[in-house]
Design a protein around this ligand. Structure first.
Ligand code: PAF
Length: 274
């Protein structure tokens, strides 16, 4: 696997490499990332991954400084997954001057995650657009665990007419159902044992919806109360339309249940389509 840092080096390394599929990451790779790398191979001649912990998408008081940086182990996993090129820019490579042009997503950035992490999706959209400009892929893969992020990126690509196919990869889970996430590493062993409850509450809502239940507010309230009674601090549990993440407007709109809750100092998110 080739590793490139300055943008100019990456660009010359990617000349005449055929169709490129790109998987952007912030590192600390787990099986969810690796599954995206393997899927990328089906979309391209050359698979490019990036590792960059993007300061712009972290709010004040969030975990930018303590975000796990495990570069050597990540390289070994990428190599084993058959990734051809790793783009691993430093902050000075990607932001050689303060990033003043920012990409402002529309209303979707204020919903759900955006309500609790103001500015997060502006930072995500800005770095992803910049990474796309560096790599110039024909396909890009993102995990569905970050459901709203995937939607922000799909909308960005469509609205800006970027010639990139955006592919969503299914969430990879531990045996007990916990969605894999780099932040799971922050959990104590007691918290790790408790963590699958988030997925169970989401699944319970999905089952009720499949059985025709339509009192969304009650389902959301009960799930949040159940989490909180087991020591969580829930930001939201919400039944939303898959199409735009707004509250359901018609009884037959395809739905997704999304949730974010904090267990101790760790904020976990998860979702399930119905
Ligand atoms: O999902 C992530 O890891 C990040 O938000 C991304 C897409 C790499 C942008 O920094």
């Amino acid at each position: 696997m080739e590793i490139h840092a300055p943008i100019a080096d990456l660009r010359s390394a990617l000349r005449n490499r055929g169709r490129v599929a790109f998987v952007p990451t912030m590192g600390n790779l787990h099986a969810g990332h690796i599954s995206l790398m393997r899927q990328a191979r089906a979309h391209a001649d050359t698979v490019v991954a990036s590792i960059f912990v993007n300061r712009l998408q972290f709010g004040p008081g969030e975990d930018f400084d303590k975000y796990p940086r495990t570069f050597q182990a990540d390289c070994e996993k990428l190599e084993a997954a058959g990734v051809d090129v790793l783009f691993a820019p430093t902050e000075a490579d990607l932001y050689p001057e303060p990033q003043q042009y920012m990409l402002e997503p529309p209303e979707i950035q204020g919903l759900l995650e955006g309500e609790f992490r103001p500015g997060h999706f502006r930072g995500v959209a800005t770095v992803v657009l910049k990474l796309f400009n560096c790599v110039q892929p024909q396909a890009a893969l993102f995990g569905k665990k970050d459901y709203q992020q995937l939607m922000v990126i799909r909308n960005m690509v469509r609205q800006l007419a970027l010639p990139i196919e955006v592919v969503g990869g299914e969430t990879v889970r531990a045996e007990d159902g916990l969605a894999l996430s780099s932040r799971n590493g922050y959990l104590s062993s007691a918290e790790r044992a408790e963590a699958p409850r988030l997925r169970r509450e989401i699944s319970r809502i999905c089952d009720a919806l499949r059985h025709g239940e339509r009192d969304y507010a009650r389902l959301e309230r009960e799930a949040a109360a159940s989490l909180d009674s087991h020591g969580w601090a829930t930001d939201y549990v919400a039944v939303r339309q898959q199409a735009d993440l707004l509250p359901p407007a018609t009884p037959d709109a395809p739905l997704v249940v999304v949730a974010a809750s904090r267990l101790g100092a760790t904020r976990l998110i998860d979702n399930q389509e119905v």
